[in-house]
Design a protein around this ligand. Sequence first.
Ligand SMILES: [Zn+2]
Ligand SMILES: [Zn+2]
Length: 220
Amino acid sequence: MKNKTLTFLGNDSGFGKKNNSAYIEKEDKLILIDCGFSVFEIIKEKFDFNKYKEIEVIITHLHNDHAGSLSQFILYLWFIYKKSVTIFSKCSRIKDYLEITGTPKDAYILKNASKSIEFIKTEHVKYLDSYGFKLNIENKNIIYTGDTNEINAFLPYIKNANELYIDVSRYGGAHIKIDDILNTLEEIEKNGTNIYLMHIDDKKYIKSVIKNKDWLIDVN
Ligand SMILES: [Zn+2]
Ligand SMILES: [Zn+2]
């Protein structure tokens, strides 16, 4: 049984019910990865935010299924729990985004890297700059692609990775087509990296392509 570091709140593609989003709790710190429009309702019920000394949110890009309830979440923590959040993002317009949505400046700190987080620029759509990242946590080296239509940007990092979380789809376009990447993923797995597929648009089809591989993620 593989021991996955991240727990997923959802792994649907953009028009699905539960936006692709994950978290990890480490002692008194909560790290949330992306905060799409369906995420706030889930995390509001799921977590007792009183217990965290630090809350961090990593934002990969500004599509609504990744950042659509970010401002709401920051406001909630600020007004209900009197807590500020550290936002990690390299998105060129994240500052504008937070300002336009009326997010108080005191309620968040914006950073674009840390000792354990390094963003990796990738290609997704021409309208937005998009990033995956490398995360070092619990002695594990994790690569998370975010939404991407290519794997090349990540390959140099994957060599030393314990876990790869990768965006795949049936149809391709703004996302990596599962049929195109299957052989590469098999190679990566052979080299010792556990594979987890995210942002699923057609689970049945992807299951049929990967056959008996345990690459699909359970959502908690
Ligand atoms: Zn998306
Ligand atoms: Zn996207």
